[in-house]
Design a protein around this ligand. Structure first.
Ligand code: CDP
Length: 231
């Protein structure tokens, strides 16, 4: 099966997707890390992220290599492990600018589709259920209120040793969500057939429990479908 998880920033998509994939023995892909990898490389090469033509041309040449290390996926760019730098605020800011460019999205679309082509994958991002895998077997839209997401992101950054100011971090995710939902190509939006989970009052285990229940439901209906066919 292909499981798609979309939603705004810091709604808990990565943790949920990672855990769900582990429970199911599936591959996990954080598609945002691909946008961040491009952003990271552009920053290294001092390419102006506001220049769409320069970014689109440069991004075609960026070699991204995903290496699975246990439950972690390392993102290597031109032979360098970029993973430790991908959550830096500057990389975050640039990733949201360059993700509005069709040339960047097209490049990453083919990487994402080739990873998911065999199924057995939990992929999370903004457009997985709408654009990358519109035929995904189960789609979730994970949300939470802005203050809760702001606090979660603030705590996550502090834990990683990245200095964060709660108010600024909350404002940053709000601005990024706005940009992600207003862009013309593959905007952040709930797919019509997505199951909405509001994680505001839930902890991670509760979110995963709901997801597992929905996946099991899907598997059961499928099994019943094939039994019907045999009859
Ligand atoms: O972890 P967080 O939710 O803050 O962000 P992320 O998933 O790492 O994504 C970083 C940025 O990449 C987003 O703000 C989007 O602009 C872009 N992105 C996208 O456009 N489409 C995706 N499928 C995933 C990320």
């Amino acid at each position: 099966m292909i499981i798609a998880i979309d939603g705004p920033a810091a709604a808990g998509k990565s943790s949920a997707a990672k855990n769900l994939a582990k429970r199911l023995g599936y591959l996990y892909l954080d598609s945002g890390a691909l946008y961040r990898a491009i952003a990271w490389k552009l920053l290294q090469e001092k390419i102006n992220p506001e220049s769409q033509a320069d970014v689109e041309a440069a991004s075609q040449l960026i070699e991204i290599d995903l290496r699975l290390k246990g439950e972690q996926t390392e993102i290597w760019v031109h032979g360098v492990d970029a993973t430790p730098s991908l959550r830096q605020p500057e990389v975050t800011r640039v990733s949201s600018i360059i993700s509005t460019y069709p040339g960047v999205r097209k490049k990453l679309l083919s990487i994402q589709r080739s990873i998911g082509s065999e199924g057995g994958v939990v992929m999370e991002g903004r457009d997985i259920g709408t654009v990358v895998f519109p035929e995904a077997d189960v789609k979730f839209y994970l949300d939470a209120t802005t203050p809760v997401r702001g606090l979660r992101r603030h705590q996550e950054l502090e834990q990683k040793g990245i200095p964060s100011d709660l108010e600024k971090t909350t404002r940053e995710i709000e601005e990024r969500d706005l940009k992600d939902s207003r862009r013309h190509v593959a905007p952040l939006k709930k797919s019509e057939d997505a199951i909405v989970i509001d994680s505001t009052p839930l902890n991670l285990d509760e979110v995963i429990a709901q997801m597992v229940q929905e996946v099991e439901k899907k598997l059961e209906t499928r099994q019943q479908g094939s039994i019907q066919k045999l009859k």
